[in-house]
Design a protein around this ligand. Structure first.
Ligand code: C2E
Ligand code: MG
Ligand code: MG
Ligand code: MG
Length: 283
């Protein structure tokens, strides 16, 4: 009986997800307009060193402030932008904003690395990848201050092209992070082929790990493998203290999550960054 209840619940969830996609909140025209009118902003979520607490990077997270719909979540509009061929344009717009913010922080002597999400679709577009690098060059910001985050995808037909693009970025001095690791289908072999510097473990691997020994085993093994491959490990979505304490003992290098910082407006992030710099100076 319990099983059938679970099954029917799963069905209901699948249906509601499906129906969401069948009745989108917005159409292609609205998204085009939003891009040309620049209705987007970025939040910044600090990423901290697990041992020292020092903020070493901030991840830029897109927000769409739609005049009628209010705040639209990136989970919705990024996928739509990808489907409608608008993602590259949107990415360049957001990168512009992020670079300007980074420059402002730099002028305030708040030196922090920027982590910036790229759509996996963009990786196989070599012309776009050149544009991206050109934009950073023009801004005068050193590639060493930027980490591009890419999600592991199911689409292995594009893997070689993606690997080549990522290798180019590495060569130019950028960092690369594999995002949401543990939710996709990359195996250890593929992981070793991707020229990444960091591995971001998805929240699903982290949340509740302090209470589940099986999950802990998976985590410990993933950490060991990633470290052997020379990757820096970031735990995403850390919300609970017990989990934080456990993953620290397991050897996680960097943390990102509500327990530490939520995504912040640029203004709030400026305050947080200058505070943490003061603390470092004092200690
Ligand atoms: P992501 O790159 O994995 O970003 C982390 C997401 O986890 C963010 O959701 C962040 O707000 C959320 N998060 C952080 N800490 C916690 C926590 O402790 N608990 C929980 N429950 N969530 C936490 P957000 O901002 O809604 O973004 C969702 C996704 O949309 C991102 O996942 C990323 O894949 C995509 N995205 C966001 N901005 C961009 C962008 O500029 N370009 C591209 N291509 N994708 C983006
Ligand atoms: Mg990310
Ligand atoms: Mg992620
Ligand atoms: Mg994610």
């Amino acid at each position: 009986e319990l099983l059938s209840l679970c099954l029917s619940r799963r069905k209901a969830e699948a249906w509601s997800v499906d129906s969401e996609m069948k009745t989108p909140l917005f159409d292609q025209k609205m998204l085009c307009k939003a891009i040309s009118e620049q209705q987007f902003s970025l939040c910044y979520q600090p990423i901290a060193d697990m041992n020292s607490g020092e903020i070493i990077a901030v991840e830029a997270l897109a927000r769409w402030n739609q005049p009628e719909l209010g705040m639209v979540r990136p989970d919705r509009f990024i996928r739509a932008a990808e489907q409608w061929g608008l993602i590259n344009e949107l990415t360049l717009l957001l990168l512009d904003q992020a670079l300007k913010q980074l420059q402002k922080w730099y002028e305030l002597k708040l030196v922090v690395q920027l982590s910036f999400n790229l759509s996996p679709l963009s990786l196989s577009d070599t012309a776009f990848m050149q544009q991206l690098q050109h934009k950073v060059q023009q801004s005068g910001i050193k590639p060493q201050l930027i980490c591009f985050e890419v999600t592991e995808t199911q689409d292995f037909s594009q893997l070689s092209a993606a690997i080549e693009s990522l290798a180019n970025l590495r060569l130019a001095g950028f960092s690369i992070a594999i995002d949401d690791y543990g939710t996709g289908f990359a195996n250890a072999q593929q992981l070793s082929r991707i020229p990444a510097t960091r591995l971001k473990l998805d929240r699903s691997l982290i949340d509740g790990v302090s209470e589940r020994s099986q999950q802990r085993l998976v985590l410990e093994n993933t950490i060991q493998l990633a470290h052997k491959l020379g990757l820096t490990l970031i735990a995403e979505g850390v919300e609970r203290l017990a989990d934080a304490m456990l993953i620290k003992r397991c050897g996680i290098d960097l943390v990102q999550g509500y327990l530490y910082y939520k995504p912040l407006t640029a203004e709030d992030c400026t305050a947080v960054l200058s505070n943490s710099l003061d603390q470092q100076a004092a200690s």
